[in-house]
Write a protein that binds this ligand. Structure first.
Ligand code: NCC
Length: 277
């Protein structure tokens, strides 16, 4: 009985981080002209009809997976940064509902965030960690990469777009949840990867999330991304982000069997029962 009393689902820890997008009414943005750029819409339309979601990691081992058709059956499909579908449909599908993009992708000229077609007609959730204990005012001047300029250009160009900024405080709360899960093993003092932020952003909206090729399957091939030939295992196991801890925690949340996780590359994560949290 002591085991049951001590057991606390890791999905609860992720939900409690409350990863969210900034809204117009959030101080200090309710008093700033910049806040008027935030969309009035919710993050997702028809939330009540959302039953299944797929998160497509950008991992190299998605190459040759033939998971595209399966991915596209989900109500919501989340992708990251500039990860393409074109030319990779058989493995990663073609549907995209939302892209989680880091502030480098919003900022660096080579990605051309304000114009590139890949960032059009999808929901955007852009993030930048700012300083660990910084206020939101501080963040506006000390973001790691100044994502605000291009965000403003994008929002003015496409006023009907669903393009949001993720609350940086909620990113650090997620980091704290990860540290809680890791217990007495200190994790890196860097923000979680876009993949883990995406999971925490999606789970409150989605009863069932299939996270594709996040915990590496037996297709593991040493490639960084499915869309590039670059070999780099650090993309999978982590160097800057606390990626290994994230993946252990995601595996702890998984309800699918080993065949699904390690042969097909699919983790299945369900919203926690509120009575358990
Ligand atoms: O590589 P990246 O991530 O865009 O991948 C998106 C998410 O997929 C998961 N992933 C990726 C590769 C891999 N082999 N295994 C994986 O599990 C991770 O969860 C990852 O978050 C990022 O998190 O935003 C990141 O972005 C890149 C880079 O900025 C963008 O791709 C734009 O080029 C970062 N790389 C560098 O800065 C060099 C990466 O560290 C994190």
């Amino acid at each position: 009985d002591s085991f049951e009393e001590q057991y606390y689902p890791s999905t609860c820890l992720v939900m409690e981080a409350g990863v969210r997008v900034l809204r117009r009414k959030d101080p200090p943005f309710n008093k700033l002209a910049f806040g008027k750029l935030f969309p009035r819409q919710r993050l997702f339309r028809n939330i009540k009809n959302i039953k299944t979601c797929a998160i497509v990691s950008s991992a190299g081992s998605l190459a040759g997976s033939k998971l595209g058709r399966f991915i596209d059956t989900h109500d919501i499909v989340m992708r990251f940064n500039h990860a393409p579908t074109q030319g990779h449909e058989v493995d990663v599908g073609s549907k995209t509902t939302i892209r989680v993009v880091n502030s480098q992708v919003v900022t660096k000229p080579e990605f051309d965030f304000p114009h590139a077609p890949i960032f059009r007609n999808v929901t955007i959730a852009a993030w930048d960690p700012g300083k660990y204990n910084g206020t939101l005012e501080d963040w506006l001047t000390t973001a790691d990469y100044d994502l605000f300029t291009n965000y403003e250009i994008y929002r003015r160009r496409y006023p009907k777009s669903r393009a949001f900024l993720i609350d940086p405080h909620s990113v650090w709360r997620l980091w704290q949840s990860l540290q809680m899960f890791a217990g007495n093993r200190p994790i890196k003092r860097n923000p979680p990867s876009s993949g883990f932020i995406g999971l925490a952003l999606l789970l409150p909206h989605c009863p069932q999330v299939d996270f594709i090729e996040y915990v590496p399957s037996t297709r593991l091939n040493g490639r960084c991304h499915y869309y590039s030939k670059e070999m780099n295992s650090a993309c999978t196991f982590g160097s800057w982000h606390p990626l290994a801890a994230e993946k252990l925690m995601a595996l702890d949340m998984n309800m699918a069997d080993d065949m699904s996780v390690f042969q097909f590359g699919i983790l299945r994560i369900r919203q926690p029962d509120k009575l358990l949290c």
